[in-house]
Design a protein around this ligand. Structure first.
Ligand code: ADP
Ligand code: MG
Length: 329
């Protein structure tokens, strides 16, 4: 449906987005994860037809979307972008902010659709308040309701979870699921925090310095990250050189300088394992995250549900050999 090919954008000699190609299908949620400055907002703005690309193009159903320098009214009817700062009208209510997006529709339909959106976005109780009188989560949902009011085929969201507390993140997550299911909207969101991306997206991309360095399902990228950056952007990880594998109780590798990536859930406390010292212990509610030092050069992240651990104590750990994953760099 939406197809971007080799999008590139340079600001004063600095490449913000470099030859990014990406496709979005109906009813699909795609997430792009990248550090701050990796080009996420610039890419979204080009996808929405709000920033001119230096080269490459964006097509919807095969039709090229012109950049803002080519048209009087930038953007495309089928694509909506929810900005990170929401950009609500401050002096009118939540309801009126949403209604405004439907101002060209007949009143009966408009009232019906606004009520439907208020329900979908869980805003019915706060509909008469001004934006400054509602929470960050409600502002975010107002911005989403306004964006989807006239049923765009494509919804783009810039860091939709970054200002929200956990309960509100879950509400927005469910809202995106509902939207994709009930209206077959295609969603693409960008984020610097992969935890939401891993759980929501059908497809996940990793952006680094303007380049899309990996694209695939969340499970594939989590388990088989291409590089150490992709591994770190998608969760807790230990990265060690292959020459240290024997210290972990694993067979030596032919390529000592190759980087190995290990997720903490594959490192277990086990009395038959190799010995180390517990360096750190972080309570995470359902479990603990541990750091276990095996030598001066090797400290592994592990998970445990045991309640009797003390920092400094000797522990034994075992690493699942089949979970060892070699990185490209
Ligand atoms: P992200 O959203 O991932 O934080 P951005 O797309 O905002 O990244 O920015 C990518 C790079 O492009 C950054 O180095 C940023 O400083 C630069 N950049 C973004 N917008 C502009 C602009 N309007 N003028 C100059 N440089 C910009
Ligand atoms: Mg940004």
């Amino acid at each position: 449906m939406l197809q971007a090919t080799h999008l590139t954008k340079t600001y004063g000699g600095i490449a913000a987005v470099r030859s990014v190609s990406i496709e979005l299908k109906p009813g699909e949620i795609v997430a792009l994860v990248g550090a701050s400055g990796s080009g996420k907002s610039t890419l979204l703005s080009m996808l929405a037809g709000l920033t001119d690309a230096d080269s490459g193009d964006v097509r919807i159903q095969g039709e090229r979307i012109p950049g803002p320098s080519e048209v009087l009214v930038p953007g495309h009817d089928a694509i909506r972008l929810v900005h990170q700062e929401y950009q609500l009208m401050p002096n009118v209510s939540v309801r009126e902010n949403i209604t405004y997006a439907l101002r060209f529709f007949e009143k009966n339909y408009r009232d019906f659709r606004v009520n439907e959106l208020l329900t979908l976005c869980r805003l019915t109780d706060v509909q008469d308040r001004l934006p400054r009188q509602v929470s960050g989560g409600e502002k975010q949902r107002t911005a989403i309701a306004r964006a989807i009011a006239d049923k765009p085929a494509i919804l783009l969201l810039d860091e939709p979870f970054s200002h929200l507390d956990l309960p509100n993140r879950l509400i927005v997550r469910d809202l995106l699921f509902d939207l994709v299911r009930s209206e077959s909207t295609a969603c693409l969101f960008v984020t610097h925090d992969s935890s939401d991306a891993l759980s929501i997206a059908n497809q996940l991309g990793i952006l680094r310095d303007g380049r899309l360095i990996q694209f695939g399902t969340p499970t594939d990228i989590y388990r088989q990250p291409a590089t150490s950056y992709a591994a770190r952007m998608t969760g807790l990880v230990t990265i060690v050189k292959a020459k240290h594998l024997p210290v972990l109780g694993l067979p030596a590798s032919d390529h000592p300088e190759t980087l190995i990536c290990l997720r903490p859930e594959h490192v277990h406390l086990d009395d038959s394992g190799v010995e180390g010292q517990l360096r750190a212990l972080f309570f995470k509610g359902s479990h603990y995250e541990l750091e276990v030092e095996l030598s001066r050069y090797v400290c592994l992240r592990a998970l445990s549900t045991r309640n009797d651990l003390q920092i400094g104590q000797r522990v034994r750990i075992r690493v699942d050999e089949k979970a060892v994953w070699k990185l490209n760099r």
